[in-house]
Design a protein around this ligand. Structure first.
Ligand SMILES: *[C@@H]1O[C@H](CO)[C@@H](O)[C@H](O)[C@H]1NC(C)=O
Ligand SMILES: *[C@@H]1O[C@H](CO)[C@@H](O)[C@H](O)[C@H]1NC(C)=O
Ligand SMILES: *[C@@H]1O[C@H](CO)[C@@H](O)[C@H](O)[C@H]1NC(C)=O
Ligand SMILES: *[C@@H]1O[C@H](CO)[C@@H](O)[C@H](O)[C@H]1NC(C)=O
Length: 250
């Protein structure tokens, strides 16, 4: 008689409760792919150590990651190799102040996702994150011939060598030259421009910086907390059944 009550009860517990526990446990098990990390992408590709340094020094790496994580807006990054940087005339990077270095980096980022074939139909000048290309301050033109894609700034012509990374939001292409914008390097191609020694505008860089990534750990502990509740709940029910069983003398 008691057995007839208890067995259906036990199978109810097994059928309904354990799947709940295992579902919650396995939901946390597969490590999430994580948000796109431009530094990681460039590290993996190799030969971009200078670009990585500049992206980090200007906090643009953080901004790119935040932008990719927080919006559906596409990005295209034109990544000059270490070789491209070492081919610059000596002192080129030191001839500009930190605000201009930020502009130089932003000039390599297009706020649109371009596939290789979309470059062929893009209309010039392309927009970059450095500023408005329409006023001619930061023009960047693309010329294509077959599969070959060139980028012209009015100061240099670079060739898009190959695709380092692409998904439905981000494309990273290797370029063989640092893209020097007209606004910073157009006036005097031979003599280094001598910008007025303005104060480093740290505020401009810091203001847009993402405010931290601690949310992930909070989320994780929440999941663990839920699971613990579920497991404790399971243990409690099993204990009750065991007690009932022994009370009934099974
Ligand atoms: C991105 O990757 C770099 C290098 O692998 C690492 O140092 C950095 O912490 C990562 N950033 C985030 C937000 O995960
Ligand atoms: C990514 O976006 C989510 C949701 O907007 C946010 O909770 C999380 O903190 C962001 N992660 C990073 C690394 O920015
Ligand atoms: C791209 O640039 C290279 C080197 O400057 C040049 O030989 C080639 O003709 C250019 N191609 C296009 C499509 O502009
Ligand atoms: C870029 O293209 C625009 C529009 O075709 C043109 O007016 C401009 O002179 C070009 N600039 C460079 C540097 O090639």
């Amino acid at each position: 008689m008691a057995k007839q009550i208890l067995l259906p009860l036990l199978s109810l517990v097994l059928v309904f409760f354990f799947p709940t526990i295992s579902a919650q446990t396995s939901a946390q098990a597969p490590a999430p792919a994580g948000p796109t990390n431009i530094t990681k992408i460039l590290e993996k590709a190799g030969q971009f150590t200078t670009l990585i340094k500049i992206l980090q020094a200007t906090q643009v790496a953080d901004r790119i990651n935040a932008q990719l994580n927080n919006s559906n807006q596409g990005l295209t990054i034109l990544a000059p190799t270490d070789n491209a940087f070492s081919n610059l005339k000596a002192g080129t990077l030191n001839s500009i102040n930190s605000q201009q270095q930020l502009q130089l980096v932003q000039f390599h980022i297009l706020p649109t996702l371009y596939t290789m074939s979309q470059f062929q139909t893009a209309s010039n000048p392309l927009h970059t994150q450095a500023g408005n290309s329409d006023d001619g301050q930061f023009p960047m033109n693309v010329t294509t011939s077959g599969n070959q894609v060139n980028i012209t700034t009015g100061v240099v012509t670079a060739t898009v060598a190959n695709t380092i990374y692409s998904d439905n939001q981000l494309a990273v292409y290797q370029v063989d030259k640092v893209l020097l914008p007209m606004a910073l390097f157009g006036a005097a191609p031979t003599a280094a421009p001598a910008p007025a020694p303005t104060k480093p505008e740290k505020n401009v860089q810091a203001s847009d910086a993402p405010s931290g990534t601690s949310d992930t750990s909070v989320d994780t502990s929440g999941v663990i907390g839920l699971n613990r509740q579920a497991i404790e709940g399971g243990a409690f029910i099993i204990a009750v059944i065991t007690m009932t069983a022994s009370y009934l003398g099974l």
